[in-house]
Design a protein around this ligand. Structure first.
Ligand SMILES: NC(=O)c1ccc[n+]([C@@H]2O[C@H](COP(=O)([O-])OP(=O)(O)OC[C@H]3O[C@@H](n4cnc5c(N)ncnc54)[C@H](OP(=O)(O)O)[C@@H]3O)[C@@H](O)[C@H]2O)c1
Length: 313
């Protein structure tokens, strides 16, 4: 069984297999892998890392030119890799992505549900339609692609073969739900429960689900925040997440937090489970809700205005 480290240290030893469960090596060279949110950040690096491992990658996101770069990079390793661009907030596209993959390649072995948008704004200023959009892109897209992929994976898994692996990229934010991250945290919390449910519902089917929980990772997502975010600590390289994803697929892991055994994340997780009030106090101290925000919202309530009308209702 290969021990996986960061790509740089591993690449020369990497021959397209990762340690499988029960000590067997998983051969990525025969695998067809769909990676969503592959135009940037974690998805981009994961797509290329999977291709380096030998998988044929179908990269997807909205930005065609960035996807083209990614699929070109993947094709250097697996010449049949391609990209399909579209909006994963649209159920028809999410289903089409899987259908098109199976039509072109005859199967789907790995589905990495990674696409997401951030939403860092006071709950009082989020339009209800925006909140729904975050849920569609961040959570429902993963449900739609999974529903589309599972039947194919079940057929592939008939007779005890490996059916397939669904990887859901969540966020540590779901554990602590920082101020002004409620909708984003809710989308990731839904993903967590969906993934943990799949572990049970898919038992015995040959289809496996991996839940990946990144901490703070250095990607363009941080540039998409509308205001100064409260976090100013260390950011970890996206390659770290990609390596963990590839290892988790190979080893049929259930859940992996990245970076692993990080003292801050471990402490936050333990406190969130055992003493949630401490987490609430810490979050409130780190990023308090201003009195003005509450007063303005109360004034609008007095005027009979609905919440969820948007930034400047
Ligand atoms: N970076 C972190 O600190 C961190 C921490 C915890 C969890 N995560 C999670 O890690 C995953 C990857 O995030 P990242 O940090 O790599 O962010 P990123 O660089 O902003 O990448 C997000 C990806 O999602 C795609 N995407 C967004 N909306 C889409 C839509 N409607 N349809 C199709 N694709 C869409 C984007 O592509 P287009 O814009 O081209 O569509 C992009 O490829 C996300 O699930 C995120 O929640 C990140």
């Amino acid at each position: 069984m290969l021990k996986l480290g960061l790509l740089e240290s591993r690449s020369e030893h990497w021959h397209g297999t990762a340690g499988g469960h029960d000590g067997e090596a998983m051969d990525f060279r025969q695998k067809i892998a769909v990676v969503t949110g592959a135009s940037s950040g974690i998805g981009r690096v994961t797509a290329i890392t999977l291709a380096q491992a030998g998988a044929t990658v179908i990269a997807t996101a909205r930005r065609e030119s960035l996807l083209q770069e990614v699929s070109t990079a993947c094709r250097q390793h697996t010449p049949d890799s391609c990209h399909i661009s579209g909006d994963l907030g649209d159920k028809a596209f999410a289903q089409h992505l899987v259908d098109e993959t199976v039509e072109r390649y005859g199967r789907i072995d790995i589905l990495v549900n990674n696409a997401a948008v951030p939403m860092h704004r006071s709950l009082y200023e989020i339009a209800v339609d925006e909140a729904e959009e975050v849920m569609r892109i961040n959570f429902l897209s993963c449900l739609w692609t999974s529903f589309a992929a599972i039947p194919h994976m079940l057929l592939q898994g008939e007779g005890g073969e490996e059916g397939g692996v669904i990887v859901n990229v969540s966020s540590f934010v779901a554990t602590v739900a920082p101020t002004h991250e409620t909708i984003y945290a809710a989308s990731k919390g839904a993903m967590n429960s969906f993934s943990r449910g799949l572990w049970n519902d898919l038992a015995g089917s040959g289809v496996h689900c991996v839940l990946v929980i990144p901490g703070p990772i250095d990607t363009p997502i941080w540039d998409k925040f509308e205001d100064d975010n409260a976090y100013s600590g260390k950011l970890y390289p996206p390659q770290m997440v990609a390596d963990e994803i590839v290892a988790a697929i190979g080893k049929r892991r259930f859940e992996v937090t990245v970076p692993r055994r990080n003292p801050s994340l471990v402490t936050a997780r333990v406190l969130a489970t055992l003493v949630p009030s401490l987490i609430r106090k810490g979050v409130a101290r780190m990023n308090p809700v201003s009195k003005k925000l509450v007063d303005d919202a109360r004034d609008r309530a007095k005027a009979g205005q609905r919440m969820g009308l948007g930034k400047k209702p």
